[in-house]
Ligand binder design. Structure first.
Ligand code: NAD
Length: 326
């Protein structure tokens, strides 16, 4: 392909993706299905890899996709809230594992978790008291949703220990609450939320926290930003956060081989429709926290984790299943 032609296509892709991202992140109302967004995004990555001098800092491939609603108080994330690399096939997962092994020089143990279909939430505690809750926003600056978080019943307002610390996780809306909310919206002549992820985002990102109170939001906490020294792995961090009273997802598993990871994927491809919350894939995280630190991050994603996204036809099955079963 000629450079000029690539430049034109890159510009068209960026402008299209920016428009879709704005609808998805700012208005919580996606204009297209995720698989179409992901396809165009992958094409942009392909072109930028072929013509690296056409990469610009404002390209969606170089920044966390979200934006901040200016009406919210802004919160700076001292440690950025990043996005996550994703793959769509088991072959690409194997390549990820090979890359990790090459980078660290030995086989790697992974903590494998479900990829919860919601939005990232940061919770900050001072002397054990919840003082701030915020969204990911653009990764370095998020929106203050502390008042809203007070109405999410599984978020501890007070920890059993006087810790000054930060945890992060996913705020989500369970399938039953999602169907109920859309039914109510339909009866009131309001547009339905496209999926539980958008419903959760639209319910948390409310200037009037009383609206959040009426919606049934939940959390799964999976990251301890600054754990105590004795915590040396992701799976230990999750266990310790559960002991502090956070709602953690119990399906996570420490796995040593890619074949075990494939079996986990197959298991949850089967089970996902029967879960009470939506998932859009699984996440592979290098379990050892010191290896995570050694591997570090790119401008957009941690190098030590990757999401395997379920194929689109299975995602559609889930939406249909929600409609049928609740
Ligand atoms: P992402 O949502 O694909 O993955 C990163 C996020 O996963 C994290 O920020 C975190 O919130 C979440 N997550 C869930 N479970 C987790 C776990 N166990 N551990 C760690 N993190 C977990 O990435 P993104 O940058 O937020 O969004 C990009 C994706 O959003 C695209 O791939 C696309 O599918 C979708 N999108 C769609 C549209 C659209 O128009 N349909 C527009 C923009 C983005």
């Amino acid at each position: 392909m000629e450079k000029k032609q690539a430049e034109k296509e890159i510009q068209e892709l960026r402008s299209q993706l920016d428009e879709w991202a704005e609808a998805y992140y700012s208005k919580d109302a996606p204009e297209v299905e995720d698989y179409l967004y992901d396809q165009k995004y992958a094409r942009l990555v392909e072109l930028e890899q072929a013509f690296p001098d056409l990469v610009t800092a404002d390209s969606i491939t170089q920044r966390v996709g979200g934006q901040i609603d200016t009406e919210f108080t802004k919160v700076s994330h001292e440690i950025p809230m990043l996005s996550m690399g994703d793959v769509f096939s088991k072959d690409e997962l194997r390549e990820f594992d090979e890359r990790m092994q090459k980078l660290v020089g030995h086989p790697v143990v992974y903590n494998v978790e479900l990829k919860i279909d919601g939005l990232s939430l940061s919770l900050e505690y001072e002397a054990g008291k919840l003082v701030r809750a915020s969204t990911r926003g653009n990764g370095t600056v998020g929106e203050d949703v502390t008042a809203n978080a007070k109405y999410i019943s599984d978020i501890p307002q007070q920890l059993p220990e006087p810790l000054t610390t930060e945890v992060r996780g996913e705020c989500y809306m369970g399938k039953e609450a999602f169907v109920k909310l859309n039914k109510e919206r339909d009866e009131s002549g309001l547009p339905a939320f496209a999926n539980p992820r958008n419903a959760a985002a639209g319910s948390l990102r409310q200037l009037d926290a009383k609206v959040t109170k009426k919606r049934q939001l939940s959390t799964f906490i999976y990251t301890w930003v600054n754990p105590p020294e004795e915590i040396t792995s992701q799976h230990q961090a999750i266990e310790a956060m559960a002991k502090l009273g956070f709602h953690t997802n119990e399906t996570g598993r420490r796995l040593k081989t890619v074949d075990e990871v494939f079996a986990f994927i197959d298991e949850y491809t089967e089970k996902r429709n029967s879960l009470t919350y939506g998932i859009d894939g699984i996440v592979l995280k290098v379990d050892d926290l010191s290896l995570q630190a050694q591997l570090g991050n790119t401008v957009k994603v941690p190098r030590w984790e990757i999401a395997y996204k379920f194929p689109p036809e299975e995602q559609e099955t889930v939406v249909r299943q929600i409609e049928w079963t609740v």
